[in-house]
Design a protein around this ligand. Sequence first.
Ligand code: AGP
Length: 606
Amino acid sequence: MCGIIGYTGEKEAEDILVDGLEILEYRGYDSAGIALCQADGSVRISKCAGRVKELRALCKEAGFRGTCGIGHTRWATHGGVSDANAHPHQFGKVTLTHNGIIENYRSLIQRYGLEDKLHSQTDSEVAAAVIAHFYNGDPLAAIRKAVLKLKGTFALSIIFEDIPGAIFAVRNVSPVVIGRAVQGSMLASDVTALGQYTKKYFVLPEFHVAVLKKEGIELYDMSGEAASWEWMTVDWDVDRSGKGGYPFYMEKEIMEQPEVIGETIASRIREGIPDLSGDGIPDSLLADCKRISVVACGTAMHAGLVGKALMQSLVRIHMDVELASEFMYADAIVDEDTLVIAISQSGETIDTLEAVKYAKKNGAKTLAVVNVRGSSVARASDYAFYTNAGPEIAVASTKAYTTQLAALYLLTGRMAYVRGRFGREDAERFAKELLRTPEAIQAVLDRREEIHYIARSILNAKDVFMMGRGLDYSILLEGSLKLKEISYIHSEAYASGELKHGTIALITEDTPVVAVVTQGKLQSKEFSNIKEVQSRGAGVILFIKETFDMDRNASWDGVFRLPAMEDGFMVMPASVALQLLAYYVSLDKGLDVDKPRNLAKVVTVE
Ligand code: AGP
C-alpha cells in the first residue's frame, strides 16, 4: 500500500508530484505529503492527514518552490492517521518517503538510541534515522549500510539536504518504477503515475540504488558497482486512466468490460480454438501437470474459484484454490507435478508474491495471471498470462476480475484440448461461446437502470445474504465482497444447500436475499432453497437466466433476467449484474465509491 512519487528536472515539481499522487491515491488515502528541495538547498515539507486534494490546497498556501521533490500518499500501518505520521519524514539531512513495513523498527530504535528523537509513530521515520546515522557525505554508502539493517519490505525515495537535485531510491519487494520524463527523471510506485508523461520505464531491481538527476539516471548494486537496467514499455492507453465522463472510475471500469474482455479473449483464439502460444505458455505446461493450485487474494481468489469449477468439470484435474496469505503457513503441498497459478490484478500483492516464491522453492511450475505488465508477481513466475483490462483505478475490482475469468476460461479450454478432453470441435464450440461473452455483458450493461432500480430495495439493509449453487455460488462470493467493500452493508454469500445448516437462523423479513439461478441442473433445488428463505419472511432479489422458468406467483423484491449463454459461461453476465448492484447501492448511499474506507487498491503488506 502507499504510493510514492519523485521528480527532478527543469520544471517546478509541486504540480507534477501532487498530480501523480492523485493518480496513486488508490494505493492509500488517509494522508499525503510532498517534500521540495528549495534553491537554497533546504528541504520544505507540506503534509497532512486527509486526501490529496487537501494536500494540494496546503501546498498552494505554503508556496514552496523547487524542481526536485518526493511525494507520498499513505495507507496507515504503523501509527494512526495524523499530520505527524504522514510522509515525507525528515531526520537530520535525510528526507524520505516509504512504502512497505520495517518489521524490526523497535530494535532499530533501541540500537540507534532513537527513543526520544522521533516525531512520529511510524516505522518509516526510523528508516530515515538509520540512513541519517550512517550518512557522512556519501549517500550511496549510507543507503547501502542502512538497508542491510532493515528487515521487512520497503520502497524508499530519499533526498539529502546537501545534495540538491538528486533523488535516491532503493527497494525490497515493494515496487518502484523509474522513467525519464518532463525534462527530467521520475519515479513512482507504479506506471499509471508515469504513463501520462512517458511510455518507457524500468523496474528498479531489488537491493539496487537508483540515483535520479535532471540529466539522467544512474543505478548501482549493493557493492557500489554501476548496474544496467531493462527498459519496458507501458502498453496501455493512457486515456483509459481518466474517468471518461463517468462519476466514478468503478462505473467506467464496469462499462469497459465488453471491450477489455473482448481483447483478452480474441487475441488468444487462433484457428478457432484457444491458443496461448502468443503468451509463451507451452502446451507441455498444461499437459504435464498432475494438479493445480491457485494462489490469490480477495477478488482474484474468487476468480480462482470459478476457474476451479471449470477445470474440474472440463479438464477433470484436481485443483485447489488457496488464500495466498494462508498458503505457505499451511505447509501447502506443492511439488514438481503441481502447476501453481497466481492470480493478481496488480501483481504486487505481497501474499501472492510470497506464495509464488514458496511454490517455486518447492519445485512447482508457476504461471501468473496478472494485469500489470512487469509487475513483481509476473516477474517472479515462470510464465505470465497478461489480462488486457488496462488500468484499474477503483479500489473495487471489476474489469480485472472478469478478464481474470476470461483468462481462466482460455486456460481451461486449451488445457482440455491438449489433454485430449476436448476434440477439435469441442474446443471450437467452447471458443465460439467464449467469444459471445462481450455481447452478453453488453446486454446487461444496456439494461443497467433496471439493476439500479432493484438496488434501491437493499439500500437500507443492515445485512444481505446471497445464495446460489455451483458456479452461481462462486460468483456470489465475489458479489458479496463487492457489496461489503463499497456499500458497507454486511453481506454473506452462501451455498444454498448449506444455509439450513445454521445460517438460516439469521434469515428474517429484515434480511434481504440475493439469489442467482443460472445452472440448469441445479435450478429446481435452487428454487426449493429460495422458498425456504421466503417462508421465513426474506425478500428475494432474483438474477435468473432469461430462458429459465420461474415461479410467477412468488413475490420478488426484484427480478433481473440475464442474457442467455451456455450454463458454463453464465458467470460472465451474472458477475457484471452483481457488480452493478453493489455499485448502485454505494452510489445511492452517497459514498465514495472509488475509495471505500480502510481499503487500498494494492496490498503490499502481509
Ligand atoms: C477487490 O475488489 C479487492 N479490493 C481486493 O480483494 C483485491 O482483489 C485483492 O487485494 C487482490 O489484489 P490483486 O488482484 O491486485 O492481487
